[in-house]
Every structure is written in C-alpha cells, then in structure tokens.
Design a protein around this ligand. Structure first.
Ligand SMILES: *[C@@H]1O[C@H](CO)[C@@H](O)[C@H](O)[C@H]1NC(C)=O
Ligand SMILES: *[C@@H]1O[C@H](CO)[C@@H](O)[C@H](O)[C@H]1NC(C)=O
Ligand SMILES: *[C@@H]1O[C@H](CO)[C@@H](O)[C@H](O)[C@H]1NC(C)=O
Ligand SMILES: *[C@@H]1O[C@H](CO)[C@@H](O)[C@H](O)[C@H]1NC(C)=O
Ligand SMILES: *[C@@H]1O[C@H](CO)[C@@H](O)[C@H](O)[C@H]1NC(C)=O
Ligand SMILES: [Cu+2]
Length: 419
C-alpha cells in the first residue's frame, strides 16, 4: 500500500512536467500539451503548419454538409506518449492490461490460443495479413483496426483517453531509456534479457543486410507487461530467436503460453528519425512514391539505416511477437507504431487534401481486388474504394473509402486529429 501511494504521488508530481504551450496554429479549443523535454522537430512543425489546411478543409466539408457532425469542437485528440502525464500513461497501460483480462470473442475452435479481447486483435491480424498489408489497404485498414482497438479500450475498459502515437525521433537515439520502453511503471515494459541466440532481423537486399540486435531478445522482466502471457503464434514469418517455443498448430493459432520477448533496438529506431519522416512527407507528391519510401523500396543507398520507416518502426521492439509480421499486434507496442504511421499519412494527405485524401498506391499495376468483397451498393465495379474492409469479429465492414478520412469518415465515427 505504502509503495503504491508513493508511486501515485511521484506520478502526479512528474506529470506536472508536461505543460500546455501556446496553441498557435491550432483551433482555440484544442489543448496543445507538450513535454518540454522534447523540443518540436521538423515534422511537429510541419504538422502545426498544416493545421490551417485541416481547418479550411473541414470548413469546406461542413459547408457542404458532409462532415457527419465532426467539428473542431468535438474532435478527439491523439497525443504523443511523452506528452501524456504520468497518470494518463498509467491509465492507458491499465486499460491494455484490462483488455488482456476480458474474455475473447473469437471462435474458440479456430483460435484455441486466443486468451483475451486483446488477442482477438492478434487473431484477426495473423489470419488477414495479406488483406491488411496490400498496397491499397496498408493505410486505411490499419486506421480502422487501430481505431477499433482504441474503441475497445474506451468502451470495454473505461479508458478515457485516445490511442497515443509515438514520435520515433524522440526515442531514436536511446529507445531503451525512453518513456515508452524503459521498463518503468508508466512504460510499455522494457528491453528483453540478453539472448545470445538472437542476432537481429535479416534485411535481404539492403546494405547493411541486417538490423543488428540491440542486446536483448529474451523475456521482458521489467514493467507492466513482465507478467504478460503471449499465446498465439509464432507463425512461419517470425523473425524471433530459436528460443521461441513452437506453436502446436502449423498456422500459429494454437495455445502456446510464453513470455513477451523483446529487443529494444536503436539500430532500427535510427531508421525513423525526423529528417526521414520529413522527407517522406515533403519529397513525395504522389502516393506510389510515398508508399515506396515508407517501405524502403527500393532500398536507399549510402544510408546506415536503410529500412524505411514502416520496417524501422516495427523492429524498434521486435522478437516475439513483435518480430512476427503476422502476430506483431501481440506486443502492445504495435499500436504506437501504426498510430504514428497514421499520423504521417494524415500530415501528407493534408498538404493537398483535394488531391491526396483518396490517393491509393499502385492501383493500376498490382490490383488485388479479387481478395476483397465488393460493397453491396457498389456502383463502380472497378473502383477499389468500393471494396469492403471487413474486420469480422472486431467490427462492422466498411468501404475502403471511409477509412481514408478521419474527420467525419465512417459515418462520423472517425473524428480525430493529432497534436
Ligand atoms: C448529427 O447530429 C444530429 C443532432 O444531434 C443528429 O440528429 C444526426 O443524426 C447526426 N448525424 C450523424 C450523421 O451522426
Ligand atoms: C467500466 O465502468 C462501468 C460503469 O462504471 C463498470 O460497470 C464496469 O465494470 C467498468 N469496466 C471495467 C472493465 O472496469
Ligand atoms: C518513467 O520514465 C520516464 C522517462 O524517464 C519518466 O519521465 C517517468 O517519470 C517515469 N515514471 C515512473 C512511474 O517511474
Ligand atoms: C495547404 O494546401 C495547399 C494546397 O491546397 C498546399 O499548396 C500547401 O502547401 C498546404 N500548406 C501546408 C502548410 O500544408
Ligand atoms: C490508371 O491509369 C490511367 C492511365 O494512366 C489513369 O487515367 C487512371 O486514373 C488510373 N486509375 C486509377 C484508379 O488511378
Ligand atoms: Cu499490420
């Protein structure tokens, strides 16, 4: 009891560090809270400079009656992890732990390994990896997926905030000591113990061709998720160490209780610094180029960290399940990365919303339509925007087009901005 009280007191005290600063560029009712330990970087400044475009664009929608009740007065605000107070961070962590205790809704026969509501999301991701990650769905389907997770935290675990994002740049030089992954009570847990069998993540075709281990790889022994039971996976795509026990089912859906393994990795994090995120947004006028640069294809030359921000972000906390593209949402870290990508995409869209909001990558060359169901009321048989993003047990199917707009999209259910 005494230590719990001490924790809360220090949390309140430390929480006072985050201060509200002038919200120049943001509408007057939006609280702009910044942690003074992290000066704004080029992407933060670009995001702020883009706000007049965002409000102008929303005003246009309101004038046309197309905002579905989403306004700057009722918009949700997703914030950077360090900009949250200690109390808010601990509330978030408690909500994730709550989700890990609620019973799963997935079919028990299909997913005997799913232990909880948290695992419902892993179960979906591991069996729909192709649909979620093709060129037209990477952004939109993950937007919806993360939003459903945020809804579960709020509606089923009484979380009062929104899904935080990570600004990679804040932690890139030293992720092991970052507020997100340093292993203290208000983090997502720390690095794994050293596992000599864990070498890093191979990157065939890139130079260097491996994201070298950051020194971890074993079980996470510090912080709120040190007692977490990982059960689904690994699958054949796992890049974890040979120490991970095999799943009794070939597809990884069986019960395989084990620890959370991590390698908090500076070599990966350095591939997602602010200069790279700025270049991603600033240097790519069309979606194909934006998509390619995000994925690091073709691999950048003469860059010691040529991973592309998508890969870099995943392998800041790889191993098990973080290092398995199929089951990666089994590490609560996943949602910070994909929310960060959603933010970068949004800043890019809002540079020129009329042209970019509905831009899709490579629709003409690598059309993947057959995998996706058409909307019942689809009027254009070839328009990818009319294919359905079907989250099955996680939420109702919606048109891909609805996933591109977060200020009134999905009938107004999507109504949020990033600060
Ligand atoms: C918008 O709000 C009004 C008034 O509360 C309500 O009647 C209407 O159904 C809402 N529209 C949408 C699309 O949510
Ligand atoms: C959320 O709050 C409601 C109302 O106070 C309560 O009945 C419910 O048990 C809470 N849920 C959780 C998971 O704490
Ligand atoms: C956790 O670490 C962060 C970063 O050093 C610090 O700001 C925070 O106050 C710490 N919280 C607790 C509960 O120790
Ligand atoms: C705002 O949008 C216009 C095009 O509509 C674009 O030229 C301009 O760069 C944008 N400004 C910012 C700050 O994003
Ligand atoms: C496909 O390419 C043609 C010709 O370049 C172009 O007119 C059309 O808009 C493209 N389709 C889509 C969906 O982008
Ligand atoms: Cu994914």
């Amino acid at each position: 009891m005494a230590s719990w009280t001490a924790l809360v007191l220090s949390a309140l005290f430390l929480g006072a560090q985050a201060t509200t600063i002038s919200n120049t560029g943001y509408p007057p009712n939006i609280q702009v809270i910044r942690n003074p330990a992290y000066p704004l970087d080029v992407v933060d400044n670009l995001a702020t400079d883009t706000m007049p475009n965002v409000t102008a664009w929303l005003d246009k929608k309101i004038a046309a009656g197309k905002n579905n009740n989403c306004t700057m007065d009722n918009v949700a605000v997703r914030r950077e992890w360090s900009d949250l107070s200690e109390e808010q961070r601990q509330e978030y962590v408690a909500a994730v732990k709550c989700l890990m205790k609620l019973p799963p809704k997935t079919d028990r026969d299909r997913f005997p390994g799913a232990l909880s509501r948290f695992d419902d999301f892993v179960a979906f991701h591991m069996t729909h990896a192709m649909q979620l990650h093709d060129n037209i769905h990477l952004f939109g389907a993950h937007k919806y997926y993360v939003w459903l997770y945020e809804q579960a935290l709020r509606n089923e675990c009484n979380y009062t905030g929104y899904q935080p994002y990570m600004n990679y740049d804040r932690y890139a030089q030293d992720p092991i000591n970052s507020p997100l992954l340093n292993g203290n009570a208000s983090s997502l847990g720390g690095n794994g113990e050293h596992d000599p069998a864990y070498r890093g993540v191979p990157q065939p075709g890139r130079t260097p061709n491996i994201i070298k281990s950051g020194g971890g790889g074993g079980c996470v022994k510090s912080g709120p998720f040190s007692d977490m039971v990982v059960s689904l996976g690994p699958t054949s795509m796992s890049t974890g160490s040979s120490s991970i026990p095999k799943n009794p089912r070939r597809d990884g859906t069986g019960s395989n209780p084990r620890c959370l393994r991590r390698d908090v990795n500076v070599n990966a994090a350095m591939g997602a610094t602010a200069d790279k995120a700025y270049s991603l947004i600033h240097d790519n006028d069309n979606m194909d180029d934006f998509y390619n640069q995000l994925l690091g294809t073709p691999p950048p030359k003469n860059d010691p960290y040529p991973w592309g921000i998508h890969t870099a972000g995943h392998y800041i906390a790889p191993v098990d399940p973080g290092g398995d593209p199929n089951t990666s949402p089994g590490d609560p870290y996943f949602y910070f990365h994909h929310t960060a990508l959603d933010r970068l995409w949004w800043i890019w869209q809002m540079q020129d919303p009329d042209k970019r909001l509905y831009a899709l990558a490579f629709v003409n060359t690598t059309m993947t339509m057959p995998m996706h169901r058409r909307a019942a009321d689809a009027t254009d048989a070839t328009d990818p925007m009319e294919s359905m993003v079907d989250m099955e047990w996680l939420g109702p199917p919606i048109k891909l087009k609805e996933t591109h707009d977060q200020l009134g999209g999905n009938g107004g259910a999507f109504c949020y901005i990033y600060v």
